[in-house]
Structures are given as structure tokens and as C-alpha cells.
Ligand binder design. Sequence first.
Ligand code: SAM
Length: 456
Amino acid sequence: MLLQNNNYIIGVDGGGTKTVAALANLKGKILAKSKTGPSHFIKAGLEETILNITEVIEKVMALLTSSQKREIVSTFVGLTAIEENKEMGQKIKKLLSQQPKISGIFKGKVIVGSDQIVAFRSGTDEKEGVVLISGAGCAAHGWRGKKEAKTSGWGYFNDEGSGFWIGQEAYRAVYKDLDERGPKTLITKLVFRKLKLKNIEDLKKKVFNECYKVLKNGRFMAINIGTVVSNDGMKFIVGDFVNKCREVGFNFRKDIIWHKPRGTTKWQRGATQFSQKPYPLMFNTNINHEFILIFQKGETPNIDFSKMPKFNRPFIRETAYSVWDIKPVTSPKKDEKHVAPFPVELPRKLIQLFTCKGDTVLDPFAGSGTTNKAARELGRKSIAIELSEKYCKLIEKKIESVKFDSFDKEKIYNSSPEYELKILKEKVDKSYNDYLKIKKEYEKKLRKTSQKPLFK
Ligand SMILES: C[S@@+](CC[C@H](N)C(=O)[O-])C[C@H]1O[C@@H](n2cnc3c(N)ncnc32)[C@H](O)[C@@H]1O
């Protein structure tokens, strides 16, 4: 092709927050610029990525007449994360070629490549050199002779020096400072100033505020918390949480007690002291319950319940009391190691009771991702927010291991008499096994005494 000064080229630079494009002639004169939303395919999703790139190219092409549009000789689309996902680059190119609004660019050469090349070329026309990018992610890429080398660029979670990584490190330092697990740091003061927080109580409110913002009107938030913290004496924290949440606008609806059956929790210091000094006034307890606080944003909207499946009677009987018996996780599976994972029954019940199929569930302190696992099993989408990179990997693994909508629906919806009988039979079997276990223990103790058995 004979290149002429009235031929045109388009350059696109797409990232996690925006996509920009420029149209230039071959003298290098920029004729039009435009900007749209993100085109980081991992963050924005493939569909939004294609829409934004198409729109940004269409906008700069709008300056050209139809005959000039045929003179676009080359388009380079530089995108984040393509360096490590070359196949995705090919896929994006194919999808762009199917967009009628920008089909004209495919009469010329189109390359979907790495934003690292864009960054390098924007600084120099030299063949050799090094580019260091520190944005949402971070990467270094260099060329010398026939050699090429890269470091980082693993994704913003792992790129040391990325904006994301710096933010995470700053938050870690702040929380360590507040917990007195780390040194006092000026960063705490700066973060508090930036977020307009006066003290740590305001910080808690900030979390609830964010939850309030993203929650749909009429929908619910459930908080699981313990009963007391010891901080300059014992403090009952339930009231604190209720007050904070009400201050940000939530309506407090109810509290549920998560009861961990006897024998499923360890003996705690207070109760051990009581057993060592078993006198009046020395009483202390093993705490084997936690709270689940239920809040609602606004009021329940008018909903046509007629098309929804009904819960069956066993499920209603099991959940309609304010104390739920659920065994805690005492020994998490080796590959699911987390300091305090939920038993999956806990988020499962809450998701069943407070969301509908297809809804999105958010856990802002996702830990090992039990809530996300339960949501996926129940046919809900979910979002996990977790500070620790180690746990983020755990969450990914956990989610991958379960099938969407795979949880046995019969357990809560089917209400045939046969099904109820089946549930009752399971209960009888369980009670009978418990009975045998206790009887065995009783007989063992009995053998050590001269008493006669109370029953055969
Ligand atoms: C009690 S655990 C949650 C366990 C979770 N329910 C499960 O089943 O595995 C609380 C989690 O919150 C995380 N975390 C603490 N502060 C956080 C923050 N500011 N942002 C995101 N996650 C945070 C901790 O790393 C921890 O994994």
C-alpha cells in the first residue's frame, strides 16, 4: 500500500479506569481524541471491553468522511493484561471485527497488543530501552537487540509497586497500627483525614455506609458478630453495631442467635477458672453463641410472590425460631485453612431467606469465601472482598470447586408428604444414634459404680 500524508492511523490505550483513542495523520498530527470507560477485560468483562473500544474508535472516526474512513491504514489497540494473555488479544480483535460501526478500520492493519508497547512507543522511537509502568498494575519491559525481558505484570493483586498494591500495603499498616500489632504510623492519620473519619468508630461506620450504598432498596444485610470484646473491661458490642447501622440509615429488623451445640467448642479460660474454683460468685461461662443481626434498607417493596417457590414446612420449622443450632467449623480442611471460617450452613440459610435466585450477594470480609460458595451453590452471583492475598487465592479455589445452582432444592422447597416423612425419618435416625452414644457412655460410667441400671 502506498502511504500518503492523507492516510490516517488510530491509536487506542485501554486500561482499568478508561480507554482513550487518538486519530492522527501520517505527519503525526493528532486530529481527534476521545475517551470512554474501562477496557481491562478482567476487571470490566469482555462485553464492556468491546463496547468501550468500539465506542472510542467510532468517536474519533466521526471526524472523517466516508472516503477518508477508507484511508485508515493502521489501528493499534494497546490493552492492559494482553501481554500475559495473547490469546485474549486475538479474541478481542475478532470480536472488534464483528462490530459494524468500526468495520472500516479492518480495511487497514489492526493490531491488538500490549499496553507496555504503547507506553514504550509513547516515550521513544528507539528500538531498545526499558519501560516501567506503575498504574493499577505494575510491570517493567525491556528490549535490547533480539532480547526481550519482563518482570511483574501478574495482575494488580500481585504487582509490587502498583497503585492497588500500594493501597493494600497502606491499609495493612493502618489496621496493624489500630490493632497495636504494628508500629504507629503517620499513614493512619492521613487515611483518616482522606476518608473524613474522626476515630475508629467512624471507620466501622464507613464499612456499613459502603454496604448501605451498594445495597438495593428493600434488601437485607446480615452481620455476624460475637457477644463481647474485652477492651478496657468487657464490652457488649451488639448494641454498638445496631446503633452504627441505624445511623447510616439501616432499619434494624431482628437478631438471631447462632448457638454452637455443646461439645463443639473448646473450654474457654473463664469457664476453666470456674471449674477450678467452683464456688458461688466465681461463675463464668463458655461462650457458645454469636449474634446475627438483620438490617434492611428501606421497606420491602411490593413484590409478586405468586411466581416464587414456597419454602416447605421442615425448613420453616427449622428457621422460624430465633436460635439456630449450627456446628462451628472446628478443623477446616487442610486446603481451606482460614482462622475463622463460617460453617457453610450459616450463610446458606441467610442467603435462602433473604435473597432470590439470580441476586448478587456481597461479603466484604470474605475470608475463605464460604459465603460465596454458598451463594454459587444456590444459584446466586456473589462478590468477595478480602484483604489477604492468601485468602483471595483460597476463595478462587473454593468457588471453582462448586457448581452453580447445584444445591439440592428439594431440601427447602418440596412439600410433599413423602418428603416430610423422609425428613422426619432422618431426624429419628439421628436421635436414635445420639441415644445409643449417650447410653454407651452411661453404661461405661455405670460399670464403675454399684448402682443398678435405670433402663435396659
Ligand atoms: C472472620 S474472617 C471471615 C471468614 C469468612 N466468613 C469465612 O467463612 O471464611 C474476616 C476476614 O476479613 C478480612 N479482613 C479484615 N479487614 C478487612 C478489610 N479491611 N477489607 C477486606 N477484608 C478484611 C480478614 O483478612 C479475614 O479473612
